[in-house]
Each structure stands twice: as structure tokens, then as C-alpha cells.
Ligand binder design. Structure first.
Ligand code: X8Z
Ligand code: ZN
Length: 613
């Protein structure tokens, strides 16, 4: 979490112009006359050093605020972010003076990064923006659903509601949990609308059409070209998603009846095993193939063994060290928050933090002994190993090649958590017959293929909101139009009068861009394919694990060390030899499943007519 750049999670710290003397710009910016390269270099070096300091201060304040949600910590994090915003905005504007100079490549890139920020010149606007960001993140973190008539201590936090969504098969209970959580976000709808206005003001002051355009500008290409690339990738994977969606519908009709799940049109969102219908792996027991050969269930095993949060994290660390990477520093174990505290509210949504730009890396996560959290802790450590790898880069380059890369590292590693790997580390006694891959493939598809249209629509919605096409009165209407169009899922109840369903997702409440996860889900298969080949594995991608392979590890590490010093296609090339995002690796991974799904769907269509009404 470095506010010096677009943070991975947490409020988007953008920029502002500040008249505060403390933040007065380096002498260089005040210079008159024609700018020179030497002056620009001095400006950049100075801005970089000062932004790093204020960024680290703001990161530390944010860490405390998310670990101890109180009015005071919220105020302190808002103040620290405000300071940072002031400087970042001031720098972003002043950097314009040098934009037409022929600078050495690294300096030119730094200048570009400095200019990709909001400029909130008005002190009151800047303070309001920072305060709203902190309070929405806090509100999300402490929100609870209190069932009617229940005692206060029987109110359910998100984690409990998610458990219901994951495990209950009672439609009424599922619906109650779903609606209970979605009833929390309208409380900060007004705040969000105000925040959007302020954010847009800041983006426009920097010459962007709106904040959505600013977000899309951060991919080494024009904002429109980026949107077109996302659409190209979506079209590549759409047929695979359609097959999975059709199969899921048939199976849900068998489980819940034809009246609950229509034969065509969207599937009710509360039946998909996840609060946001973003991944469907919790439905696996309902959807698994008749001759399921997935072996023991990892969740059952982790629970039975009472695997602790620290042990789960040690497994993940062990994967990275097997690739030749360092052990996590001792301070990681001393300072991370790995379990949900009993006595206070914290922001439980998993996140990875780098507090000093060197090695004070931490995770904040409420780990449970489940297969999902096993995967998520690998994801989080991916962020930290990236942070550690690029810690020798100058401050402005201490970031992922783009934000999708940051999200893809740990997921790439987690793709290597194969049954064979689990057996090797003693987490599975019996390795399923490798000739029967459909079970594990279906399970992975329910996580990762189901996720794609969700990851696409979240930012499609925000692009429309920031772009002004969708006004607050239509937030929900637009949200559900996109959910139906892309995911094929429907709200379990009619729209409320002043609802804010988008705000029930952490990344909307905390204003964290989401396109990054879409990219990551495509990229991780590209990385996996390339690293498997590097490891000399030429077999099916779903059976490859790079565990213990130092060659693959070194290749990966080489890219991680680049940080964001080069345009992302160069980083991609360093690992894969390819310079374009491409979903063929994902399609190749799931090819046997696609054929199986299509055959199942053909047969199920014949028997579906008999599903009870
Ligand atoms: O937010 C996350 C990570 C932290 S960067 C746990 N993820 C997205 C989500 O939970 O919505 C990982 C996948 C998608
Ligand atoms: Zn992440």
C-alpha cells in the first residue's frame, strides 16, 4: 500500500494543488524562462523524495485506521492523505512545465507518472475528498446486518454473511443474508456521489475527461485503446463463460427447482455461493461431475487439522522460497494481522502493505482455514514478493508494471497449487487419478472464469458513473443492467428506492479500481504457461506446478525486480516473450473443460424439461 502511487487497495489517493507553505514546490518549479533538462531532473528527484515521505506517512496512518476503526484514526488517515494529495496535485500541475522536453527515458516515464494524478486545488475540496474516502472505507469495515428483533451482539458482520452465502442451500436464508448486507451501503450513497464529484473535479483540472479516463490512462496506452483491449479480451473468453453459465443454470435448476431458477435469462444472484456472485466455487458440491475425482476437499482437511492462520501463511511463504525467493522478514510475522480480532472492528478485506519501501511488509487479513483463504494468502504474498523485489528501484518505480501485474503474481503461484503439489506438502493424502481432470478444472473455472464478467462490469459501471452517464438516482439500475448483460445474474428482489448495491462491494466503497483483476485473470494464465515451459513442463497446463523450480522462479523474479520502470509490455515480454495481453493461455488451460461442459449442456438440455416446477 504505497500512496505514492495508485494504491492496490484503499482510498485512491490522487492529487491536489496546495497553497500550504510546508508543501511549497521545489525551487525548480518556480523557475521562469525555458525549462531545461537539468532543471527537470532536479524537479523530478525532489518531487519523488517528498512524495515518498508523505506517501509512507499516509500509508502508516491508513494501516492504523484499518486496524482500529475509530473516529480519531479515520480523522488522522484523512489528514495524512490530504497532505499527500496536496503535494501530489501540486507536483502533477508543475510537472506540465517539462512535458515537451526530450528527457532520458526513465525521467520521461517518471514525469508521466507524476502527471497521472488528481489536482484538487481547493483546500476544502481536498479535505472533503480525503475525509469521504476514509469514512467510506471505515463504514464498509464496520457494517453489520442486524436481523430484526435480534440482540445487538447477534448482528452479523460481512464474514458471517459470506459464510451463509457459501454454505447454505436454503433460498430464504440466502436471500436474507444477501439483502441484509446490501441494506448497509445506502448509508454512504450520498457520500459516494459527493466523492465522485470531487474526484472528477480533480481529474478535469489535470486535463482528463473524468476520473474513469484517468484510471484508463494508467496502462501505457490511450484511455480508449485500453477500453478496447478489455473488450477484445472479454470477447475471447465469452464463449467459455457462456458454457459455464449454462451448465451452472441447469444444475441450479436441479437443486432449487425451475421456479427459482428460470430456464433462460439471468440467474438470481443469491444462489451463486458468493455475496457478489463474483466466483462460484462454493457451488462445487452441487455442480461436480458424477465421477468426481478431485480427492479430498482442502477446506475439510484444513479445518480438521485446525490449521492456524500462521500455518496457512507459512505454506504460502514456502511456495515462494521454493522458487528461490527470500524468506519473509521477521517483522512480517510480528506486525501482520492474520486473524480477525474478537474485540474490535477492522477492515477484514485482505490486503498487502509495504510500510517503508524496503522490507516492512505486512498482510492484513482475517484468515479462516478454507481452500479459498489458502488461495488468497498466496495472492497476498504475491504482492509482498513484488514489493520486496522492486524495493531497490527509485520510489516512483516501486510499483507493478501495471496494477493488473500486481494482482496476477500471487494468483500465478496459486495456479501451481495442484493436487500433486498438495500431496507433496502433506495437505492431501491421495492424489486423484491424473486422467480425471474435469473436477479440479471445473472448480478452478468456478473461481476464475465466473469472475471475468464481474471484474469487467464493476469498472464499466464506474466508468459510466465517473463519465456522468449514470447519475446517483440510477446507480442501481445501471449496476443491474450491467450485471445482467455481462454476468447473466439478477437481483434477488426488486430494486430498492434509494439503493446502492455497488457500494456493497469493498472496492467501490474504498474506491479501488477493479479492471486490474480482470487483467490479472488473463495475465496469470499467460505467466503460468510461460513459467511452466521455462520449467520444462510441456504437459497440460492444469497439471503443471512450478513448485520448487528455481529456473521459473528466477525468470519471474527478474520481471518483479523491474517494478514499473518500463512500460508493461516489456515486463510481460521478460517472462513470456509476448507483448500483448492474450487469453489463449486461459482458453488452453480450460480446453478440456470447455468440451466437457458443452457435452453436459447438450445432455442436460434433453433432461431439463423434466426438472420439477
Ligand atoms: O481484493 C482482492 C484481494 C486483495 S487485492 C483479496 N481480490 C478481489 C476481490 O476480492 O474482489 C482478489 C480477487 C478479486
Ligand atoms: Zn490483490
Amino acid at each position: 500500500m504505497h500512496p505514492i502511487r495508485q494504491p492496490r487497495l484503499g482510498a485512491v489517493l490522487a492529487a491536489a494543488l496546495c497553497a500550504n507553505a510546508m508543501l511549497a514546490l521545489p525551487a525548480a518549479a518556480a523557475s521562469k524562462g525555458k525549462p531545461t533538462v537539468a532543471e527537470a531532473e532536479r524537479f523530478i528527484a525532489d518531487a519523488e523524495a517528498r512524495l515518498e515521505k508523505l506517501g509512507l506517512d499516509a500509508g502508516r496512518a491508513e494501516w492504523v485506521a484499518e486496524n482500529f476503526i475509530t473516529l480519531d484514526t479515520e480523522t488522522m488517515t484523512a489528514q495524512a492523505n490530504e497532505q499527500y494529495l496536496g503535494l501530489a496535485g501540486e507536483v502533477a500541475l508543475a510537472a506540465g512545465r517539462y512535458k515537451d522536453l526530450a528527457l532520458p527515458a526513465a525521467s520521461g516515464r517518471k514525469l508521466m507518472l507524476l502527471r497521472q494524478n488528481l489536482v484538487l486545488s481547493d483546500d476544502a475540496d481536498r479535505a472533503a475528498y480525503a475525509r469521504l474516502a476514509a469514512s467510506m472505507t471505515g463504514a464498509y469495515g464496520k457494517a453489520k446486518y442486524c436481523p430484526p428483533g435480534a440482540a445487538r451482539d447477534a448482528c452479523l458482520p460481512l464474514g458471517e454473511l459470506e459464510k451463509i452465502l457459501a454454505t447454505s442451500r436454503d433460498p430464504a436464508r440466502l436471500k436474507e443474508a444477501w439483502l441484509g448486507w446490501h441494506a448497509q451501503s445506502p448509508a454512504y450513497k450520498q457520500d459516494y456521489a459527493k466523492y465522485v464529484e470531487l474526484s472528477n473535479k480533480g481529474a478535469r483540472a489535470m486535463g482528463y475527461a473524468d476520473t474513469g479516463a484517468l484510471w484508463r490512462a494508467r496502462y501505457d496506452m490511450a484511455p480508449d485503446a485500453f477500453a478496447a483491449d478489455m473488450e477484445r479480451l472479454w470477447q475471447q473468453v465469452r464463449p467459455l463463460y457462456a458454457s459455464l453459465h449454462t451448465y451452472t443454470r441447469f444444475k441450479l435448476r436441479q437443486a432449487y427447482g425451475a421456479a427459482a431458477v428460470p430456464a433462460s435469462g439471468p440467474i438470481p444472484a443469491h444462489l451463486l455461493g458468493n455475496m457478489w456472485a463474483q466466483s462460484w466455487d462454493n457451488l462445487y458440491p452441487l455442480l461436480k461431475p458424477a465421477d468426481d475425482a478431485r480427492g479430498e476437499d482442502l477446506t475439510t482437511l484444513l479445518e480438521a487439522r485446525k490449521t492456524t492462520a500462521v500455518e496457512m501463511t507459512r505454506y504460502a511463504e514456502g511456495f515462494y522460497t521454493s522458487l528461490g525467493m527470500r524468506k519473509l522478514p521477521e517483522t512480517f510475522w510480528e506486525r501482520s494481522l492474520l486473524t480477525k480480532p474478537r474485540d474490535r472492528d477492522v477492515v477484514c478485506h485482505a490486503s498487502a502493505w509495504d510500510l517503508d519501501g524496503k522490507d516492512d511488509v505486512r498482510v492484513k487479513m482475517c484468515i479462516n482455514p478454507t481452500a479459498e483463504d489458502f488461495r488468497v494468502i498466496h495472492h497476498e504474498l504475491g504482492h509482498l514478493y513484488y514489493d520486496l523485489a522492486y524495493s531497490k528501484q527509485p520510489a516512483l518505480f516501486k510499483n507493478g508494471a501495471n496494477d493488473g501485474f500486481h494482482e496476477a503474481i500471487g494468483d500465478t503461484v496459486a495456479l501451481s497449487i495442484t493436487p500433486a503439489y498438495l500431496k507433496k506438502v502433506g495437505l492431501m493424502e491421495r492424489e486423484p487419478d491424473p486422467s480425471q481432470d474435469i473436477g479440479p478444472l471445473l472448480y478452478t473455472a468456478l473461481q476464475k472464469v465466473a469472475f471475468l464478467p464481474f471484474a469487467y462490469m464493476v469498472d464499466k459501471w464506474r466508468w459510466q458513473v465517473y463519465g456522468g452517464q449514470v447519475k446517483p438516482a440510477d446507480y442501481d439500475k445501471a449496476w443491474w443492467a450491467l450485471k445482467e448483460q455481462y454476468q447473466g445474474v439478477a437481483r434477488p428482489a426488486p430494486l430498492g428506492p434509494d439503493g446502492f448495491d455497488a457500494g456493497a462491494k469493498f472496492h467501490v466503497a474504498s474506491d479501488t479500481p477493479y479492471a486490474r483483476y480482470f487483467l490479472a485473470h488473463v495475465l496469470q494464465f499467460q505467466f503460468h504457461r510461460a513459467l511452466c515451459r521455462e520449467a520444462g513442463d510441456t504437459g497440460p497446463l492444469n497439471r503443471c506446478s512450478i513448485y520448487g523450480n528455481k529456473r521459473a522462479g528466477a525468470k519471474f523474479q527478474q520481471m518483479l525486480e523491474m517494478g514499473t520502470s518500463k512500460p508493461w509490455p516489456e515486463a510481460l515480454k521478460a517472462v513470456t516473450g509476448e507483448d500483448r495481453l492474450d487469453a489463449t493461455a486461459m482458453l488452453e488451460y480450460f480446453a478440456p473443460l470447455k468440451a466437457w461442459l458443452d457435452e453436459q449442456n447438450r445432455q442436460l438440455a434433453l433432461t431439463d424439461a423434466q426438472v420439477k416446477q
